[in-house]
Design a protein around this ligand. Structure first.
Ligand code: ISL
Ligand code: CA
Length: 527
């Protein structure tokens, strides 16, 4: 087994993790000061969201220089210190590799603006006319400068790179080499299955993302990944690449991670994050655990290895989404943790998830900082969506729900100044300091689960088999070398009858009741 298969990944969103100098923005020194905490969780690999120089229109996913550190976060010396300390603690670091686009502040783009003959012009996609493509953040994908438009699938300050230009591919190789030589373990590759555009023709009209068929999972996209592997990654003894692959289905995922193709080690799929998506009944959303179970099962059965996650910096908090933060926060967060850490694959934990952080308590749309949230707001107004409905939808879905500052203690744990994004008021009760001393906390439950998983060949290596998915109760088994572990998770607040005689090795209730599964009760049983 590879390290990235045995290990647990913890995602740090630097802006919101820990501020060391009181300016309200998380930074590298802050991360360094909390590395022992991360290590103590039982984590092996840190995924660091972008720390590169950036104007922060998309919090670092708009890179202005791949070789420089965002001064708000610190210096290259701080970055070296972080890599060194992580190494001393036995923690690996993977960095975000954002190569679909750069910030329009990147000097390549500034050069490109100088004229059509500039050698950097062809680093981007230019056309004299717009096409009908729709962007990921809503609206058009073309912005005019002079008499030409450039392509941007995301915000207009994120210009898409032209990966049919071999010079751009060479730049990517150089960037990867630079960071691997610094001692990082690999990359989380941003939107990596849409980087190559076959053509810039009009697309078939779709509700969202018109034009997708011209750039999603193209053949050349696969070849580029193989080339990066052959020319860069293969020069290092052990690396790990996990691709964020939007709108990926199981066949495409299998292609991307097939061992004989050497493209990516692991893919981040989205289908289970869509189970509570808006339906056509006017933004009515109902989360049905059944859909979640079915989707998780489908991916468990289809892929040899999954990227297991319920949260990241783009998704609202899982306990607010799939649990019950008001009445059963502890139980439901622990139930989700149980599933996350017992399925087959590599578990990814997003900062704050381990203490059961909830969605932000935003009161007004002005409190949001996220560019996607604001773009959707504008689009919603244009489409004349009633204001109350739009507000409700954005409060529930905004990416800022996951980006509120990490709740280290009841007061100034994240910053001594004013945080860049509104801190959640419930930090007075939901915080790391309190969780550490409370044996019954979500944090201590995560630690127990992680330790248990790591010591269990059945959970790390074993096969997956679904047993039952009736009435919001997910029952599955993992097995290895004739040993079996059964997981029983009640994914709803309703009590369910059951008949179990064997006591669980881990459960989220302190007493054992073999006759009823209580709200969100989860059991791990060695059978
Ligand atoms: O966040 C989303 C839904 O709310 C997605 O549409 C998201 O934009 C998509 O998953 C791509 O995400 C990645 O690339 C974006 C960046 O804004 C995200 O933070 C990043 O994870 C552009 O770089
Ligand atoms: Ca700071």
């Amino acid at each position: 087994m590879k390290l990235w298969q045995k290990g647990i990944v913890y995602q740090i969103y630097p802006r919101s993790f820990k501020d060391s100098n009181g300016d309200g923005i998380g930074d590298l020194k802050g991360i360094i000061s909390k590395l022992e905490y991360v290590k103590d969780l039982g984590v092996d690999i840190i995924w660091l969201s972008p720390v590169y120089l950036s104007p922060n229109n998309d919090n670092g996913y708009d890179v202005a220089d791949y070789y420089k550190i965002n001064p708000e976060f610190g210096t290259m010396d701080d970055m070296d210190a972080l890599i060194n300390k992580a190494d001393a603690l036995g923690l690996k670091i993977i960095m975000d590799l954002v190569i679909n686009h750069t910030s329009t502040e990147h000097w390549w783009f500034k050069e490109a603006l100088k004229g059509k003959d500039n050698p950097y012009r062809n680093y981007y996609h230019w056309r004299s006319k717009k096409n009908n493509w729709g962007g990921f953040f809503g609206g058009t994908t073309w912005e005019k400068v002079g008499d030409e438009y450039y392509l941007h699938l995301f915000d207009k300050t994120q210009a898409d790179l032209n990966l049919s230009n071999p010079k751009v591919i060479q730049e990517v190789k150089d960037i990867m080499t630079f960071w691997l030589n610094k001692g990082i373990y690999g990359f989380r590759c941003d939107v990596i299955n849409i980087i190559y555009k076959n053509s810039l023709e009009n697309g078939k009209r779709r509700l969202v993302l018109t034009g997708l068929e011209h750039y999603h999972s193209t053949k050349r996209n696969h070849e580029i990944l193989q080339e990066l592997h052959r020319d860069v990654l293969d020069n290092y003894p052990e690396t790990f690449t996990v691709g964020e692959t939007v709108l990926v289905n199981t066949e495409q995922a299998l292609d991307l991670m097939s061992p004989d193709r050497d493209e990516l080690d692991l893919v981040i799929s989205f289908e289970h994050m869509e189970v509570d998506h808006i339906n056509n009944k006017w933004f009515k959303v109902k989360y049905k655990p059944k859909k979640m179970m079915k989707t998780l099962t489908k991916w468990q059965e289809a892929l040899p290895w999954n990227c297991l996650y319920f949260e990241n910096h783009d998704q609202p908090r899982s306990v607010s989404r799939f649990g019950c933060p008001e009445k059963y926060r502890l139980e439901s967060a622990k139930m989700l943790a149980t599933i996350l850490l017992t399925l087959r694959g590599t578990p990814f934990i997003y900062q704050g998830q381990e203490i059961g952080m909830t969605n932000g308590d935003f009161k007004s749309l002005d409190e949001f900082m996220d560019t996607e949230t604001h773009n959707i707001e504008k689009l919603g107004r244009k489409l004349l969506i009633p204001r109350a409905i739009l507000r409700k939808m954005l409060f529930r879905t905004s990416r800022d729900n996951a980006r509120t500052p990490m709740q280290w203690n009841a007061t100034t744990g994240f910053t001594t100044g004013t945080a860049w994004l509104k801190e959640n008021q419930n930090k007075t009760t939901i915080n790391v300091e309190r969780s550490l001393t409370d044996d019954n906390s979500i944090l201590n439950f995560y630690k127990r689960l992680i330790a248990f998983r790591k010591a269990s060949p059945v959970l790390t290596k074993g096969d997956f088999r679904v047993v039952n998915m009736k009435k919001d109760v997910y029952i599955y088994e993992r097995s290895f070398n004739k040993k079996r572990i059964r997981i029983i998770a009640n994914m709803s607040h309703k009590e369910r009858k059951i008949n179990i005689t064997k006591k669980p090795v881990i459960s989220n209730y302190n007493d054992f009741n073999g006759k009823v599964l209580r709200p969100y009760e989860a059991l791990i049983i060695e059978v």
